[in-house]
Design a binder for this molecule. Structure first.
Ligand code: ADP
Ligand code: MG
Length: 241
């Protein structure tokens, strides 16, 4: 596909304009980064895996009443999306304590968080994505208090849907990060939902099937990603007729 010059090149995706003012193309590259870009690699097929999983979940969420930016796939790693006015927040939901929360607070790795915990980071690589609370979000003018409440409500809903989905596949949906944007005054889920932006553990062995495999050299990251894709595709074969 001929795409021209991207309007934005992020750490894992490139964004392109289309003929339509209100639509963009999101191309999932094979680049993998961790620790705010300090560790960098490229893996053949990674973009397609993440795009396929994102497309699957956007579709799954739409069917369950969550509005997303997803329009359609253009090829195996390229997605047509609604253009959103992105809210610079990383909205993180945690079902089990792992990663940064264990470093910063006295939680034990693997400790169950019930009810799930939602935290927010201000999306700014140069500042290291600092954590922000509700007052700071409102003071910064990112969203209103009502919009923030809506963002959290949608995040809880997505978390429940995906937790139950992965539970059926034998995986624990430990945590995930999502981004929202606005379009015509509405809050809409944007960006991606992939193995790069979540933690998934095997229910029995607690083995990782997400970017932690890459972050902490726990094995072959593409084998781990392929396993998740395979499980989702098998679920689809049995459930979507
Ligand atoms: N529907 C959308 N409209 C506009 N921008 C979007 C949309 N979905 C995602 N984005 C933005 O596109 C970029 C995707 O590229 P990515 O590689 O994830 O970048 P980053 O390194 O900034 O996380 C992100 O900055 C994200 O906020
Ligand atoms: Mg990103």
């Amino acid at each position: 596909m001929e795409l021209g010059e991207p309007i934005y090149v992020g750490k894992a995706k490139s964004i392109y304009k289309t003929d339509k003012e209100d639509e963009l193309i999101s191309l999932f590259r094979n680049d993998m980064t961790a620790f705010n870009g300090v560790k960098k690699d490229s893996f053949a097929g990674k973009g397609a895996y993440n795009a396929a999983v994102s497309a699957f979940f956007f579709d799954y969420l739409e069917k369950n009443g969550v509005k997303t930016h997803f329009i359609k796939m253009l090829d195996d790693h390229t997605m047509l999306v609604k253009k959103l006015d992105m809210i610079p927040l990383e909205v993180i939901a945690r079902n089990v304590a792992a990663g940064s929360i264990v470093k910063k607070l006295p939680f034990k790795e693997g400790q169950i968080l019930n009810p799930p915990v939602i935290v927010t980071d201000y999306k700014d690589d140069e500042r290291g994505d600092p954590s922000v609370n509700d007052d700071l979000i409102v003071a910064l003018g990112l969203v209103t208090r009502d919009e923030l409440a809506e963002i959290k409500e949608i995040t809880h809903k997505i978390n429940k849907l995906l937790y139950d989905f992965f539970d059926e596949l034998g995986l624990i949906f430990v945590d995930f990060k999502i981004e929202f944007g606005k379009c015509g005054g509405e809050i809409i889920l944007g960006d991606e939902i992939s193995m790069d932006s979540m933690r998934l553990w095997d229910k029995v062995t607690k083995e990782s099937f997400d970017k932690d495999v890459y972050r902490f050299d726990k094995g072959d990251v593409m084998t781990a990603y392929a396993k998740v894709v395979e499980k989702i595709m098998n679920w689809q074969k049995e459930n979507v007729k």
